[in-house]
Design a protein around this ligand. Structure first.
Ligand SMILES: *[C@@H]1O[C@H](CO)[C@@H](O)[C@H](O)[C@H]1NC(C)=O
Ligand SMILES: *[C@@H]1O[C@H](CO)[C@@H](O)[C@H](O)[C@H]1NC(C)=O
Ligand SMILES: *[C@@H]1O[C@H](CO)[C@@H](O)[C@H](O)[C@H]1NC(C)=O
Length: 256
C-alpha cells in the first residue's frame, strides 16, 4: 500500500512538473544545436544542425549564422525579409551556404556548407537576433581534418616553418600538448628538428590537434600557408580558393 501511494505521488509529482514546465516554457523559443563538434574532411558538404524548440516557422524572422571565433561583424549566412541576404556576408562563404527552405517552416534553421575548407574550422553561432530572450542562440564547433594537408606538405613544413615555438605555445595554451613535449621541442637544435619533434606529437594527436595546428600555422606563417593551400587546391582539384581567414582578405590572423 505504502509503495502504491509513494509511486502515485511520484507520478503526480512528475505530471505536475511537466505541466508547469510546459506552461512556463510555452512562450519561450529555444534554439538548439549539438553539443559535440561536427567533424568534416576537406571538400565535404556538411550540415551544421540548429532548430527551434518548440517547432515553429521562422520564415518571417531573421536568422543569422556567424563565426563567433572571428573578429568580424559580417555573417556566415543571413536570412532576412524572407530571403537570403548576401550584402553582409563574409566573402569566403559566398555561394557556399544555404538554409533548407522547406524545413524552415518547422523551425529547422540548419546551415548547409559546401566544399568545406581547412579555414572553415571554427565556432559557428546560430541566432535569432530579434528574439531578445535567453537561449535563442547556440554555438556549434566545426573541425576540418587537416591530416591530408599535413601528409602532403610534411617536408615543406619541416623545412620552411620558422615560428615553431609560437605555434607550440598556442597548442599548449589550448591544452592540446603537454608541457614536457613543449620542453622537448624547444631544446631541439634547429627549426627543422623542432618541426620533426612537433610532427611526432601531431602524428599521435587527434583531428582537433591537427586542425588547431593548421589554424596556428595560418596565424604565424600566413605566407607559407597561403602558398601551400594554393598548391593543395591544385593537387586535390578542390574549388573555391584558399586563404586562412575566410574573409577574403588574404591569409592573415583573424583576430585583428
Ligand atoms: C570554440 O568553442 C569551444 C567550445 O565549444 C571553446 O573551447 C573554444 O575556446 C572556442 N574557440 C574560440 C576561438 O572562441
Ligand atoms: C533539418 O534539416 C536537415 C536537412 O534536411 C536534416 O538533415 C536535419 O535532420 C533536420 N533537423 C531536424 C532537427 O529536423
Ligand atoms: C621551402 O623551402 C625550400 C628550400 O629552402 C624551397 O625550395 C621551397 O620552395 C620552400 N617551399 C615553400 C612552399 O615556400
Amino acid at each position: 500500500m505504502k509503495t502504491i501511494l509513494a509511486s502515485a505521488s511520484l507520478c503526480f509529482g512528475i505530471l505536475f512538473m511537466c505541466v508547469s514546465f510546459s506552461t512556463t516554457g510555452s512562450s519561450q523559443i529555444q534554439v538548439v544545436g549539438q553539443t559535440g563538434p561536427v567533424v568534416a574532411k576537406e571538400g565535404d558538404d556538411i550540415i551544421l544542425p540548429c532548430s527551434l524548440v518548440p517547432k515553429g516557422s521562422v520564415e518571417d524572422t531573421i536568422v543569422e549564422w556567424t563565426r563567433s571565433d572571428l573578429n568580424t561583424n559580417k555573417k556566415v549566412h543571413l536570412y532576412k525579409d524572407g530571403k537570403d541576404t548576401v550584402g553582409d556576408q563574409i566573402p569566403g562563404y559566398m555561394t557556399r551556404t544555404s538554409l533548407f527552405k522547406e524545413e524552415m517552416k518547422t523551425g529547422n534553421i540548419s546551415l548547409k556548407l559546401s566544399g568545406v575548407k581547412l579555414s572553415d574550422t571554427g565556432n559557428y553561432t546560430c541566432r535569432l537576433p530579434k528574439e531578445n530572450s535567453q537561449g535563442t542562440e547556440t554555438t556549434i564547433r566545426l573541425i576540418v581534418d587537416a591530416t591530408t594537408f599535413l601528409n602532403i606538405f610534411r617536408n615543406d613544413l619541416i623545412w620552411n616553418v620558422t615560428k615553431v615555438m609560437p605555434i607550440v605555445n598556442g597548442l599548449l595554451e589550448t591544452g592540446l600538448i603537454q608541457k614536457k613535449v613543449k620542453s622537448m621541442i624547444s631544446t631541439a637544435g634547429t627549426h627543422q628538428d623542432q618541426m620533426r619533434q612537433l610532427f611526432q606529437a601531431l602524428d599521435e594527436g587527434d583531428v582537433e590537434m591537427k586542425s588547431a595546428f593548421y589554424s596556428l600555422l595560418c596565424k604565424h606563417e600566413p605566407d607559407l600557408t597561403g602558398k601551400l593551400e594554393g598548391a593543395e587546391l591544385f593537387q586535390l582539384f578542390l574549388f573555391g580558393g584558399g586563404g586562412c581567414a575566410p574573409q577574403g582578405q588574404g591569409c592573415r590572423p583573424p583576430q585583428q
